[in-house]
Design a protein around this ligand. Sequence first.
Ligand SMILES: Cc1cc2nc3c(=O)[nH]c(=O)nc-3n(C[C@H](O)[C@H](O)[C@H](O)COP(=O)(O)O)c2cc1C
Length: 268
Amino acid sequence: MIAFFSATGNSRWAAARLAAVTRERLVNIAEALTGDCVYNLEPNERLGFVFPVHGWRVPMIVRSFIRRLVVNGPQGESTPPYCYAIITAGDDVGLTIEDYLNPAIAANKSLRQLGISHVDSAWSLIMPESYVGLPFMDVDKKEKEREKISRSDQRLQVIGEEIFDRKKSVIRLDHGHWPWINSHILGAVFEHQLITDKPFHVEANRCVRCGICAQVCPTHDIIGGHGLQPQWKHDGSCLTCFNCYHHCPHHAIEYGQRTRHKGQYFMK
Ligand SMILES: Cc1cc2nc3c(=O)[nH]c(=O)nc-3n(C[C@H](O)[C@H](O)[C@H](O)COP(=O)(O)O)c2cc1C
């Protein structure tokens, strides 16, 4: 199975491409969290995680999923299922796999019982930027978006074959220049200070009350819908994934003053 989380569609695209190669089922983490998160693996079925990096760490929603996840292995299988991860990022991933994903996997009892304590292999894919919450951050230029997607498309073909062949110890990650500082120090600031829905608001004169923002929010943090102006719940569930902002057809959603005149992106 391929458990994926995606806000703006990059990781969903990668997961779907991969599923076409491995012919394994896709599990949408945001939807799975509304259920029991219990899965039975078929004989020889692989276990994959595909998600974006958030603040050089594993997104909170993926960590919640792994905490709740119960995977039952097929009867009588002696080798642990092959486990891998693909993470998508605008630039670099720091120590997302080594210091955040692997410990989350190791802490899961059902995975430990199956003999899985870390990923066998991991890859990063550099994809169009979706984070616009800081003054110096914006989406990529269209040309750069196209280049990133085209390069990742080629890379995915190779990754798909490696995963199909269950290649182990392949660690092909864009760690960046200061992976420890980014994941541990900036990542902590990011997680504790910047993940909040408080600055989100709608420009009433541009909002057409279409309800798209509420529909695309992966954590159902927006009260709204067709005919209603969106209101954020401020209940701690927001991931600041900016899916509401990027999908607004009239660019009516802003994050404080920080998103004024910035671009929008989602993978079509
Ligand atoms: C909250 C948030 C944090 C992000 N943090 C990082 C990061 O630490 N490093 C990076 O290179 N890209 C970062 N990005 C960019 C995304 O990881 C990248 O655009 C990803 O492909 C989006 O995947 P998705 O479309 O599946 O949601 C961040 C994006 C968001 C929304």
